[in-house]
Ligand binder design. Structure first.
Ligand SMILES: C[S@@+](CC[C@H](N)C(=O)[O-])C[C@H]1O[C@@H](n2cnc3c(N)ncnc32)[C@H](O)[C@@H]1O
Length: 340
């Protein structure tokens, strides 16, 4: 068997585990850090096919995984722990020769692991450099992952695409700059990357539930014209922008000419079924092939069922391209659709 350490957003591991159980018959899943990390084990000969299948259709709730190629006891002993990590790194010569390697070290809250992430990384940098490899933070050829649970140290080395994310544990970070209107903007920035959907490809956007304007500001920065619909006020830094039209109304009460927009985004914190009805009413104003990015609030007890039902509903008027719980999503997921 080959096992993977898997990570989801806090509290959502049970759903990530259920998704994997449903898709991979015979796979074994078991919890690590409650709600957040777990093990996923499959037959060694199914490894490549399973990873290919995960890349082809990413699970909604699985944020990150890496293969366990070595493990040891997690202890607070600095020298013994450093030795375990160095011994693993020493086995990677063939893969790392002349390559760019990222070293990602994480620990569970109650792990006795005695190092910070940076200290853990620094412990094995000399071994990695010894293979003529360059240690980098991003755009690596290989990622060395080390995860310390309460009891064990898990280590593996994999291609970034096989981890689903090249961020440690899939925790995508954006630089906070002072002009940030709301943290909600990170959701749109992350969706753009996760769905490989450069926003500057579009020209006319409709933003439903736009205030205070985090998503709108991202769209304006990308050079789009934006129609923002929200009864609430937009941030004062945006109101004079000549490319922004703010309609201070409920989104259920507006309508536009057919094909007015090639992109719509919707981040209303509202019942997701109600949001779906509002979006469906406005669908004719989106040109054929136009994209939509919508936040779906998971306010009901069975998130997988909610997602299945809404995928079907949206599927009547749109191609549902992907549903993903982004790192910046809390009790919600993000869906990318394309107008049929
Ligand atoms: C989470 S905030 C949106 C944050 C925004 N995406 C940003 O980046 O700043 C939700 C917004 O949806 C708006 N909203 C909720 N229901 C709405 C509706 N039916 N029509 C229009 N706006 C609505 C609220 O007024 C609120 O400003």
């Amino acid at each position: 068997m080959i096992a993977f350490v898997c990570t989801s957003n806090p509290s959502f591991a049970p759903y990530a585990m259920e998704e994997l159980r449903r898709r991979f018959q015979g796979a074994k899943v078991s919890g690590l850090a409650p709600g957040e990390t777990f093990m996923f084990a499959i037959e060694e000969q199914e490894r490549e096919q399973t990873l290919k299948e995960l890349r082809r259709k990413e699970p909604v709730f699985l944020r990150h995984l890496f293969p366990v190629e070595a493990e040891g006891e997690a202890s607070g002993d600095r020298e013994a722990t450093a030795e375990l990590m160095r011994a693993f790194a020493a086995t990677l010569g063939e893969r790392l020769k002349g390559a760019k390697a990222a070293i990602q070290v994480r620990k569970e809250q109650n792990s006795p692991f005695p190092f910070s992430s940076a200290e853990g990384r620094d412990t094995i940098v000399p071994v990695v450099n010894g293979f003529g490899a360059e240690v980098v933070a991003r755009e690596a050829d290989w990622i060395i992952s080390i995860y310390a649970s309460k009891k064990k140290l898990f280590m593996g080395c994999s291609r970034p695409r096989d981890n689903l994310s090249d961020w440690p544990g899939g925790a995508v970070r954006f630089r906070k700059d002072d002009s940030l209107i709301s943290r909600a903007a990170f959701k749109l920035l992350e969706a753009e990357k996760a769905f490989n959907l450069p926003l500057d490809r579009f020209s006319n956007a409709l933003d439903l539930g736009a205030a205070p304007g985090g998503w709108t500001s991202v769209l304006l920065e990308r050079g789009l014209k934006v129609t923002a619909v929200d009864p609430a006020e937009m941030d004062e830094s945006l109101v004079m922008n000549p490319h922004l039209r703010h309609i201070r109304r409920n989104a259920a009460e507006v309508s536009f000419s057919p094909g007015s927009f090639d992109l719509f985004v919707c981040d209303m914190s509202w019942d997701p079924y109600h949001t779906c009805r509002i979006v469906s009413e406005l669908a004719p104003s989106i040109s054929a092939g136009g994209s939509g990015i919508i936040t779906l609030k998971l306010m009901y007890r069975k998130p997988l069922q909610t997602i299945d039902e809404l995928t079907e509903e949206y599927g009547r008027l749109f191609d549902v391209r992907q549903v993903k719980q982004l790192f910046h999503n809390r009790e919600e997921v993000t869906i990318w659709v394309k107008r049929k």
